[in-house]
Design a protein around this ligand. Structure first.
Ligand SMILES: [Zn+2]
Length: 63
């Protein structure tokens, strides 16, 4: 089984892990209902994406 030739120093390990942080999702305002939703995803409030109905709403399912 292959083994590393030298141990990785803690500073090198930390430099590698410096990119491992979690980014906060970018929120944009919905042009239809003016509420905040995640960019490039349909609005969870009104269910529209790019001016088109992408998700079924609860009040539409109740009909
Ligand atoms: Zn909306």
């Amino acid at each position: 089984m292959a083994l590393p030739k030298r141990r990785t120093p803690k500073s090198k390990q930390g430099t590698r892990r410096s990119h491992h942080h979690v980014k906060t999702p970018q929120l944009v305002r919905c042009p239809t209902c003016r509420s905040m939703h995640i960019n490039h995803q349909p609005c969870r409030v009104c269910g529209t994406y790019h001016g088109r109905q992408a998700l079924e709403r609860d009040d539409q399912l109740a009909r």
